[in-house]
Design a protein around this ligand. Sequence first.
Ligand SMILES: *[C@@H]1O[C@H](CO)[C@@H](O)[C@H](O)[C@H]1NC(C)=O
Ligand SMILES: *[C@@H]1O[C@H](CO)[C@@H](O)[C@H](O)[C@H]1NC(C)=O
Ligand SMILES: *[C@@H]1O[C@H](CO)[C@@H](O)[C@H](O)[C@H]1NC(C)=O
Ligand SMILES: *[C@@H]1O[C@H](CO)[C@@H](O)[C@H](O)[C@H]1NC(C)=O
Ligand SMILES: *[C@@H]1O[C@H](CO)[C@@H](O)[C@H](O)[C@H]1NC(C)=O
Ligand SMILES: *[C@@H]1O[C@H](CO)[C@@H](O)[C@H](O)[C@H]1NC(C)=O
Ligand SMILES: *[C@@H]1O[C@H](CO)[C@@H](O)[C@H](O)[C@H]1NC(C)=O
Length: 645
Amino acid sequence: MRLTMPKTDLSTLLLLAGVVLPILEAGARKAVHPPCSQTCGTGMPAKQNLTYPFGFSPGCPIRLNCTEGGDALIGEFLVQSASPDTVTITIEAMCNRSFGSIDQLYGRNYAPTVKNSVVLDNCTQINPCNVPNTQVIGAQFQSLCKASNKTNNSMSCYSEQANDYSTKFLNRTRLFALGCTYFVSSLSEEEVNNVAVSLGVQILQLEWWVNGDECECSQDSDCVPLSGLPNGGRNGFRCKCKDGFRGDGFLAGTGCQRAKSSPDKKKEEALKVLTIVLPLMVLLVVSMLILGVVYVIRRKRKFAEVLEDWERDYGPHRFRYKDLYIATKGFRDQELLGAGGFGRVYRGILPTSNVDIAVKRVSHESGQGMREFAAEIISIGRLRHRNLVALHGYCRRKRELLLVYDYMPNGSLDKYLYNQPKVTLNWMQRFGVIKGVASGLLYLHEGWEQVVIHRDIKASNVLLDAEFNGRLGDFGLARLHDHGDDPQTTRIAGTVGYLAPEHVRTGRATRSTDVFAFGAFLLEVACGRRPIKQEDTEDVILVDWVFSCWDRGDILEARDPKLGVGFVEEEMELVLKLGLMCSHANPLMRPSMRQVLQYLDGDLLVPESSSIGISSARLTFAHCEGSDSLVLSSSVAESLLSGGQ
Ligand SMILES: *[C@@H]1O[C@H](CO)[C@@H](O)[C@H](O)[C@H]1NC(C)=O
Ligand SMILES: *[C@@H]1O[C@H](CO)[C@@H](O)[C@H](O)[C@H]1NC(C)=O
Ligand SMILES: *[C@@H]1O[C@H](CO)[C@@H](O)[C@H](O)[C@H]1NC(C)=O
Ligand SMILES: *[C@@H]1O[C@H](CO)[C@@H](O)[C@H](O)[C@H]1NC(C)=O
Ligand SMILES: *[C@@H]1O[C@H](CO)[C@@H](O)[C@H](O)[C@H]1NC(C)=O
Ligand SMILES: *[C@@H]1O[C@H](CO)[C@@H](O)[C@H](O)[C@H]1NC(C)=O
Ligand SMILES: *[C@@H]1O[C@H](CO)[C@@H](O)[C@H](O)[C@H]1NC(C)=O
């Protein structure tokens, strides 16, 4: 008896401990995580739909501020969106923003990634910068700052060098060692291929994390442990829901929920039980039946079409997903024609009509806004012109939009200019392509019920049909606005080297910003060179170079040497001069597309350089001081106007 008594006590104690301790522990855990609220000062969720660990109350690991309008802020900067590992913020170009304000981007839980290149002013050091065309970007922001008399062309850009990508973040120590006075703006890489870098202008990407050595992720979530963070050597982590689950993935957040569309595991388990209980034969029959049904259901679900009200108008243009799936052999990699910033393009043959098509898959992150986006694209698709790549129709599926275009057997123009298929186009073909693209663009600008701004004219967006006619493609960036309306200010989009200076400055895409890009395109075709060529010491800017040839009185020296002697001197000279006119820094001095076509057809004569007032200082990319009062005063006027609104 004496011996057993303490034993019972001990086991009771152990039992108690087993029951009580977890409760205490759970209590303690609750206490460690006070609630994190995503409602902003307005009592409404912030417009950016942030999830844990972001929020606005003291309990949030990453606490942000918000504006009265309900927008989330990091420091003085507006948050655009947050993803499971990054936050994108807007850095509006500002010439007088003190350099110190860059410190707001280095938080306890976030820091700028190496994908960013920051635009700085009045630095004491020469900065390394990965943006291939520092000078172009410099010049474009410079024109903004020159107007406010703040700078003497001292703008520069900083990014981590590729061989220093040991870290994922912009090195703060190095940044502050540059001794700069102003933090003007930022560019963030969105897509890199070896042809050109597409840059988001005036945006910056931060990577975020939650501090702590131990992962606190919920069920069905994977933990990403992180070290080497710029937070004083602490470790951190992020949680990410497994495939088929949605949610923030954090233990203290909402965790992960099974996404509705994921396959139902319970059915499979029930099937297993059946195999044990029933005789083999019955089992075989039943499972085959079930498999058959599952197959049919999955097939049905896979190809199900969901039609919304607004789509009725576009009915005839809508393709069935099943047809596109068959046409592209299930979006096989072998059918892939290319991948760009807006999605992957597949080749296909329509099963019913045997027509060759190209299918572009555009994914739309938010799902929301898809409707407007789709409606807009499809309405653009009603455009018909022999120099535009025809859009036959579309298909919408979940967060994806499939656009069905004419198949262009000869691919994009840039390949021929830069010698990839070893054949180059002769001058007659090139001149034909130029005229074609010009008339296509004129149609977009003036020929339809609405003005369509293309926004991304460049050689790689010009496709060649079987007869080597040039056709403008990729309206992915185009936005519509009605004739006479003020074009809306949207996020700047396009490709560096083709962006007009006032587009970067004001964010507005207009007909003349298209003309500017068309000018860069003209020079590209005539010279067989990219608008910006990276060389060891300096980037060579095509416009500057062509201009210097002209200045020396030998503009033909700029022509593509691959053409040999097979070109028409008058036409070559015309195209080069027209390219320079379209590249004028002052939008008012650029010709309209109608005039461009008249020049190309010989109905108008290109004026002498002196009479159109081109001097090197008036060209976009020139950095000369002095006689550019015209450019200056117009940009001053513009900045005053936009400031007053
Ligand atoms: C955020 O969520 C609300 C409600 O679900 C929705 O109405 C809103 O459009 C969403 N905003 C964004 C930017 O996704
Ligand atoms: C929010 O505002 C407070 C007070 O102005 C400031 O100390 C804090 O750094 C801000 N937080 C963020 C993320 O901007
Ligand atoms: C920068 O200039 C703008 C107007 O050009 C002015 O509104 C703003 O207050 C200035 N900011 C600083 C920090 O000087
Ligand atoms: C540029 O920097 C120098 C020294 O760093 C400073 O003295 C000067 O005022 C700055 N210039 C401008 C325009 O801010
Ligand atoms: C900048 O300086 C020029 C002359 O140097 C002057 O005409 C112009 O008004 C100034 N602009 C601003 C915004 O101060
Ligand atoms: C710009 O340079 C000129 C002469 O080189 C000088 O007089 C002027 O003070 C400089 N302006 C600034 C803002 O540094
Ligand atoms: C940042 O740069 C400094 C100076 O070049 C260097 O000593 C430091 O190790 C760098 N930090 C990181 C995290 O790479």
